[in-house]
Design a protein around this ligand. Sequence first.
Ligand SMILES: Nc1ncnc2c1ncn2[C@@H]1O[C@H](COP(=O)(O)OP(=O)(O)OP(=O)(O)O)[C@@H](O)[C@H]1O
Ligand SMILES: [Mg+2]
Length: 256
Amino acid sequence: MAALTASSGAASSGAAATAVMCRGVTKSFASAAGPVWALRGVDLEIPAGRVAMLVGPSGCGKTTLISVVAGILKRDAGTCHVFEADIEALPRRQQLDFRASTIGFIFQQFHLLPTLTVAHNVAVPLLINAVSRRHAIDRAHAMLEKVGLGGRGDDPPAQLSGGEQQRVAIARALVHAPKLIVCDEPTSALDHDTGMRIMALMRDVVVDEGATLLIVTHDNRIFPFADMMAHMDDGRIVDVRLNGGAAGAREALSGQ
Ligand SMILES: Nc1ncnc2c1ncn2[C@@H]1O[C@H](COP(=O)(O)OP(=O)(O)OP(=O)(O)O)[C@@H](O)[C@H]1O
Ligand SMILES: [Mg+2]
């Protein structure tokens, strides 16, 4: 594995705030053959203001875990806090407000709304947060510029390539400056240079806004951007290591 510089069992640091804290999280799904245990007791702590990557074999529970963290899926047992809030325990309305204001989520399958223009898709988190329509669309266009899609805002998503649609999903997750950005394979459809540019953009968000990134990835090209790597296997976190972070990102970008 690239650029590992230190190792720590719990990956806790001196950072004041904790972005994500999971303890003993379990989650099962019903299937024809009986319950499938996707999470078998996950312990994970991510300090605020870091880039954390979650890696592991297909089917080990990565998407399930980040969905539980973001409050999209309910856990069966255990505790999970995002900036000290237990999303599941909040009343429904506050749950929605907390998720809308605090979390940006990039889905593995993008989930763009086909009947909206690209710019309207990106503007959705702002509109949910009661930003005026005109201001939201202006900010959406500005964010589209940053992901290299200036000029495509008025197109429907179906007219964009897979990699372009992925960048729209990334722009939508970043546009409202959330404190926690959760991404499922954000560079899977991107070529090397575009993937590096998008990771540099996401890393800038961490540095400039003090956001926290939780990224599921198989893409070893982006591993150097991580401050910490959490390895998952069969529904558990089996290893957490501190990584090169900012220095690694500089090296990765200079090597392009
Ligand atoms: N809605 C569901 N119903 C039944 N089983 C599910 C459901 N969602 C996930 N699973 C099962 O839970 C396990 C973990 O799935 P998950 O999608 O979290 O894996 P993953 O690590 O994200 O895999 P990949 O790298 O292929 O995306 C798998 O065995 C999967 O089949
Ligand atoms: Mg997955």
